[in-house]
Design a protein. Structure first.
Length: 244
């Protein structure tokens, strides 16, 4: 594949959920440097100064987004389309982890994971898909997990359920948008060095976790791939596993 085959930023508009820290913040910084225009869905505006440092103000839009609140998703999508007149990619990054298995954990924690990790990305895809189809090269990248590809003992059953569901949503969205040039990737990293897994016993040692900037570089690459080179799913391993 020649460089001429790759998609260029060309003022494409990228929506990123959970962009105030961790993986989302790293993706926002990388894509801003690449030359994309950004619309960031955030829960914590007070944490955005570091993320926005060095990004031109006219190339980034920050909108309140609470994954458990459907109305904030509607307002975010509407404000993005009103400001930029287009939406070219959606990166569903917002997610939570609660320890829920067959003997421990609450129904409330299970419901919260389902709301944030499954229903929120589903809603955003539903809202953005018409714009992504108009884009002709629309892209959806769902930040799932290797826990969405298999079950590993000692990992939260509820979290694993939610990430399997997100992979299924990715597959369904790929079928829904394919004929209109929409391509969908379920990005499935192992342990990433963020607050999400801080303090959880038995997880991958810090020295072996994936830096958020590495995932940002992968997202940057995926956004450049042309329609005939779609990546439906990409595990990024931190350990040797027979099934991945």
């Amino acid at each position: 594949m020649t460089d001429q085959s790759l998609l260029k930023p060309d003022n494409r508009v990228i929506m990123i959920s959970g962009a105030s820290r961790g993986i989302g913040a790293a993706i926002a910084k990388r894509l801003a440097a690449d030359g994309y225009r950004l619309s960031l869905g955030i829960r914590s505006p007070e944490k955005m100064d570091e993320v926005l440092k060095g990004i031109q103000q006219n190339r980034v839009l920050c909108c309140p987004f609470e994954a458990k609140n459907p109305q904030t998703a509607i307002r975010w999508a509407e404000e993005t389309s009103r400001t930029y007149g287009q939406i070219d990619a959606l990166i569903n990054n917002a997610g939570i982890l609660r320890q829920v298995d067959f003997e421990t954990g609450s129904e409330e924690d299970l419901d919260e994971m389902w709301e944030v990790n499954v229903k929120a990305p589903f809603r955003l895809i539903r809202l953005c898909l018409p714009f992504l189809k108009k884009s002709k090269n629309g892209r959806i990248i769902n930040i799932a997990s290797t826990d969405g590809k298999r079950y590993r003992e000692s990992v939260s059953v509820g979290y694993t359920m939610s990430k399997h569901a997100l992979v299924a949503i990715s597959d369904a969205a790929r079928f829904a948008g394919w004929s209109d040039g929409v391509r969908v990737t379920a990005l499935c990293p192992g342990a990433v060095n963020t607050d999400l897994i801080a303090g959880i016993p038995g997880v991958t040692p810090v020295s072996e976790r994936i830096p958020p900037g590495v995932l940002a570089a992968v997202v940057s690459m995926l956004l450049t791939l042309p329609d005939m080179a779609s990546v439906s799913g990409m595990p990024i391993n931190t350990r040797l596993e027979s099934s991945l």
